[in-house]
Design a protein around this ligand. Structure first.
Ligand code: ATP
Ligand code: MG
Length: 396
């Protein structure tokens, strides 16, 4: 019989009760942390936030706001003081910060090991491929010739990606042919940043699946949703995705397999491509609540944020079933660079059934995620009409 070290055993033990005040620390203070704090509040749980700057969206509603770098030991200690667990809203947190906390007996989820696998897109996708998850062909890029070779092998277009710190498409470039290599190569920051190249996935739709996984390995898989990106940023999420049952089941199974393969604890957003023949390819995973799961706040029995907290705290996970036949989320992106101001808010709030979320960012920038709207409906079309009408009314 193998013996389980004590620290692992305590982390795996389910929690039967909570003592108050109950506190959870979050690395990062953006909208994901803010919505996690809102979910925490319904269970009487407070949050502590560590963010580089004061007055972050989550910092302003937190019980404790710590300002500092994620690698600052004093700041980490202040974040974790009396916390039942520490989690993150941003996968670019340094792995060493999670290790530092865990070494001091703090329950940290997702773990440093999970984060290390996910944080580097090359390692992440190589890991998924060896775990049997279907990924597009990909290769490490150490010099421009690696890209030319990939084009000869897989054809064009190709997608060149930064291994680290890419989000909302900022770390990606689509190459139509060899003539695009030089520009993209330098724009993505080589040689300071290392790159990978992927074969083009000829997708017909993009899908996403939220998966919550508890400390005990129990999994809850949310409905497969359709995501529509505009300028590489999530624009609309339609839940549930239309499609035949077998295809949707394959998507859900791949998402679950991906999370299990990294021993993920918490909530994870898995992005997928659906191809014309109904096959599914894995794109990437976010080790945290995800934009494609915002619809779960009103659309599901248990929101992604609440299940994230339940998972990291060792509490039982809640149902991911939808409470209406359909839910549609539309992002509210900044349409100007100015102090934040929600013009048209009154018109949006007048639309029956539109749930308006504004993240409390103090400044608007073009394309910045400032909020979102969710509407439920008897059909996706009905929910989408209400969500779009409200989103169109607001200028942030
Ligand atoms: P985000 O933060 O929006 O999730 P990201 O910067 O992490 O994005 P990816 O998810 O890797 O970047 O890619 C962004 C978008 O680019 C995808 O949603 C998809 O539309 C497109 N894309 C990425 N990889 C491929 C590929 N191999 N083939 C075709 N399209 C791709
Ligand atoms: Mg993505």
């Amino acid at each position: 019989m193998t013996s389980v070290p004590d620290d692992t055993a305590s982390q795996l033990a389910p929690r039967r009760a909570l003592e108050y005040p109950a506190l959870v620390g979050i690395l990062g203070g953006g909208q994901l942390a803010r919505m996690t704090a809102e979910a925490a509040s319904t269970l009487g749980i407070e949050v502590a936030i560590l963010e580089h700057e004061a007055n972050s969206p989550a910092g302003r509603i937190a019980m404790r706001e710590v300002t500092g770098a994620w690698t600052d030991e004093a700041a980490l200690a202040a974040l974790a003081k009396d916390a039942l667990a520490v989690t993150l809203e941003n996968e670019f947190v340094e792995v060493s910060a999670l290790e530092w906390l865990a070494a001091r007996g703090v329950d940290v989820f997702p773990t440093a090991r999970t984060l290390a696998t996910v944080q580097d897109k090359l390692l992440q996708k190589q890991h998924m491929r060896s775990a049997g998850v279907p990924v597009p062909d990909l290769a490490e890029v150490t010099r421009p010739e690696d890209i030319t070779a990939a084009g000869e092998r897989w054809g064009w277009p190709l997608v060149l990606k930064a291994r680290r710190n890419g989000y909302d498409g900022y770390g990606n470039a689509t190459l139509r042919g060899p003539e695009d290599i030089a520009d993209a190569y330098t724009r993505l920051g080589w040689p300071e940043r290392t790159l990978l190249v992927e074969a083009w996935a000829p997708f017909t739709r993009e899908l996403a699946v939220m998966v919550a996984r508890g400390r005990d390995g129990a999994c809850v898989v949310y409905p497969v949703v359709e995501t529509v990106q505009r300028n590489h940023i999530c624009h609309i999420v339609r839940a549930p995705a239309a499609g035949d049952t077998a295809m949707l089941a394959r998507a859900a199974a791949i998402a679950r397999q991906a999370v299990e393969s990294i021993d993920g604890v918490g909530v994870f957003g898995v992005e997928l491509f659906e191809l014309a023949d109904g096959s599914i390819l894995y794109n990437e995973i976010a080790p945290r609540p995800h934009n494609s799961g915002h619809y779960t706040i009103e659309g599901c029995v248990t929101s992604q944020f609440e299940n994230h907290l339940r998972a990291v705290l060792g509490l039982p996970l809640g149902s991911a079933a939808m409470v209406a036949p359909a839910a549609v989320m539309v992002n509210l992106l900044g349409k100007r660079t100015a102090p934040a101001r929600a013009d048209g808010l009154a018109d949006a709030l007048a639309i029956p059934g539109a749930h308006v979320h504004i993240y409390g960012k103090l400044a608007s920038r073009m394309g910045r995620k400032m909020g979102h709207v969710t509407a439920l409906g008897a059909t996706v079309a009905e929910a989408e009409a209400a969500a779009r009408a409200a989103a169109d009314a607001i200028v942030l």
